[in-house]
Design a protein around this ligand. Structure first.
Ligand code: SF4
Ligand code: SF4
Length: 202
């Protein structure tokens, strides 16, 4: 049986409950939202790492990554070596009007050239301006957060271990060279002293 006014009482109870709860909304743009560390806002390009392998453009489900490049011949590193050719990036652009923020391009890039930035304030009045060219994609790089610290018990990353071993080998080779040079100098000095002593004796 419906008691008259019970609906109103229920409604007021809900209002009172809601009034005492912590608010879930923020007054954007006056207050900035607290974003999760792995927020997908916009994609940054670190073009020094890009080898123009085209994997990201091929795997993008929306075909919204545009890459142009040309080949350049690199002279051999040592005399008698072979010339090599390398790709040089001419254009790298992402059309954020088409992008669906799936993150596949970032996942597949084998050279760590693409990163998520949490920045999201890049709305435009002209849809064409949502195609960000390489300079703008680079600017986003400076807003990419630091990666989280590794677990202290984690295995050393392969590339860090390889770089450390190479640095240790180079330091050992340099130390051996310096020791050889010092020994040669000592021997030369001893030889010189012996020669001088013989001359004095004669
Ligand atoms: S996030 Fe997805 S849709 Fe957007 S550019 Fe990368 S692969 Fe394409
Ligand atoms: S996958 Fe990475 S390295 Fe290859 S073209 Fe894309 S951004 Fe450059």
């Amino acid at each position: 049986m419906n008691i008259p006014g019970s609906g109103l009482a229920k409604g007021l109870a809900v209002t009172l409950r809601t009034l005492t709860r912590r608010t879930q909304t923020v007054q954007y743009p006056d207050a900035q939202p607290e974003l999760a560390p792995r927020t997908r806002g916009v994609i940054g390009l670190f073009e020094e790492n890009c080898t123009v392998c085209m994997l990201c453009a091929r795997e993008c489900p929306d075909w919204c990554i545009y890459i142009d490049s040309h080949k350049e011949t690199v002279p051999p590193a040592a005399p008698g070596g072979r010339e090599r050719s390398r790709n040089v990036l001419d254009r790298f652009a992402i059309d954020f009007a088409l992008c669906m923020y799936c993150g596949i391009c970032i996942e597949v890039c084998p050279f760590d050239a693409l990163f998520w930035s949490p920045e999201f304030e890049y709305a435009e009045t002209d849809i064409l301006d949502l195609t960000h060219e390489r300079d703008r994609l680079r600017e986003w790089m400076w807003t990419v957060p630091e990666p989280p610290a590794l677990d202290p018990a984690a295995e050393e990353p392969k590339e860090v271990a390889a770089a450390r071993k190479t640095a240790e080998k180079m330091a050992a080779a340099q130390a051996a060279q310096a020791a050889q040079a010092a020994q040669a100098a000592q021997e030369a000095q001893a030889e010189q002293e012996t020669k001088e002593a013989k001359e004095d004796g004669a």
